[in-house]
Design a protein around this ligand. Sequence first.
Ligand SMILES: Cc1ncc(COP(=O)(O)OP(=O)(O)O)c(N)n1
Ligand code: TZP
Ligand code: MG
Length: 214
Amino acid sequence: MTGTTTALRGLYAITDSQLLADGRLLPYVEAALKGGARLLQYRDKSAEQARRLREAEALRELCARHGAQLIINDDAELAARLGVGLHLGQEDGSLAAARALLGPRTIIGATCHAQLPLAEQAVAEGASYVAFGRFFNSSTKPGAPAADVALLHAARKRFGVPIAAIGGITLQTAPQLIAAGANLIAVIHALFAADSAAEVQRRAEAFSQLFSPS
Ligand SMILES: Cc1ncc(COP(=O)(O)OP(=O)(O)O)c(N)n1
Ligand SMILES: Cc1ncsc1CCOP(=O)(O)O
Ligand SMILES: [Mg+2]
């Protein structure tokens, strides 16, 4: 089942409606999966429910074919309908309610910005992973609260659940975050702002190679 918890480690690719417009969504995502992305988040802020359902179903199929996990951003109902994972921010509804809806084995991630107490609460409410960031300047979400590597070290000491790092991460900056304890490196721009699917695959391979075999 696509939303069932497995080892959460590696490249976490996140879609972007602008970067993946004009027919690029499926070929670029497939390239990221071929390149080794372990998690794929469908992040689409539009209210076009029919298109969102169609695209999410297509992504679920791609993820299943490549042994990756699909995570839906913001939308617990869509995640429940498809039987896949969910990522919730602080303004996206109750994590405990989502856990009750999706069951004990579904991946649910929680945005914790740069605050350990938010992660404490997310873990208590059943989060499968906690996400911190943004770690660097992000053209995708410039206003996200800033986090630093020291926070990651502290989180690693305190929490047993996998940790995702997000925000302006590149091939050059990812290694310091992995060394500080990030299990998942979540990337939009440095992966998908590319001229071809082949380039996306090369970048995904390079990100994936930063994770030594566990
Ligand atoms: C892996 C991961 N981490 C953080 C976020 C940000 O979630 P949120 O704060 O709800 O912001 P939006 O992405 O919904 O704009 C994320 N999506 N994924
Ligand atoms: C969704 C989100 N939350 C914090 S930063 C961010 C954007 C990440 O995208 P990029 O990798 O392009 O900075
Ligand atoms: Mg959100």
